[in-house]
Design a protein around this ligand. Sequence first.
Ligand code: ATP
Length: 340
Amino acid sequence: MSREAQLPHNTSAQVVVRDLQKHYGGIQAARGVSLEVEQGETFGLLGPNGAGKTTTLECIIGLREPDEGYIEVCGVDARRRPRDAKQKIGAVLQTTALQDKITPHEALQLFGSLYRGRIEPGPLLEQFGLTGKADAAFDTLSRGQQQRLGLALAFVNKPELLFLDEPTTGLDPQSRRELHTMIARMKQDGHTVLLTTHYIDEAEQLCDRLAIIDHGRIIAEGTPRELIAHSTAATSIALETVQAIEATWLEQLSGVHDLTCEPTRARFRSTDIARTLAELMELLNARQVELAALHVQKATLEDVFLELTGTSLDNPGEPETDASPSAPSRPPRRGVPTEN
Ligand code: ATP
């Protein structure tokens, strides 16, 4: 048994990954990724383009051979017993590519014939809203319908565990919403789901827990709420007043930065929210200024991501090569400490 396999892990974990390494030529796509996905949870791997999400997922489901690392899927050592592991999982890749003229009904029948236990096409077509398109050629389906067929195909072997690689990338808002509903239903039905995404809203809405991946490393892990709570990203405050206020008054409050001030409106961030608010109330009282509205917004997951990676999800960094320093150019700061 490998050293990684002997490390203690939660026995209810459906996915265990230890120190996964994978490089392509000079590009180190996974640099010691470790994660665990609990039974029944939806776990998200969130990161910008090129962060190593697809590489990690494809290594877990056996589509790529890692350089190093231990992978366990539903209690099966997936690198030693890949066929057994594959019987237990369903996967949806970024795009569902099938023969142009195959129909959803035929595809479901064909894929089902590859597995010992399977679900018949009828119920799956119904579940994924494709009954009306059962006999339509694949190349006549919309992108959203093709992705729904991808989901239906992933369910054909009654999987315990679902892997979804950026399932909604490139879909229109309506199709995204539909897919979100279907993914949420998977969890309600007791499935364990590991999905990758570069959409913050998707991660926040669908995932019980998240790992943020950047330059092939997991840099933070936790529930969206934990990640935000552990973040030092500043809280923002917006206020409206009845009488005019002045920027010079607000600048003196503890922890205030990024201040903008108009006569009866102000907006700023604070690194010490309790103190700032207490001082603000004192100040308004002393100046006899009446408060019309006050809005306090904790840091968002987007702020956390920016804080941890130094980049927004719209602005991915360069891929890391073997020639790059072994640590990311910016030292990783952690929302919730990870084992890496
Ligand atoms: P995206 O959101 O764009 O799919 P990702 O986070 O899934 O990105 P990967 O696709 O795993 O990231 O890619 C990680 C790095 O490895 C990138 O720099 C990518 O260019 C590189 N890479 C991925 N696949 C290959 C390949 N087959 N050959 C060479 N380099 C690759």
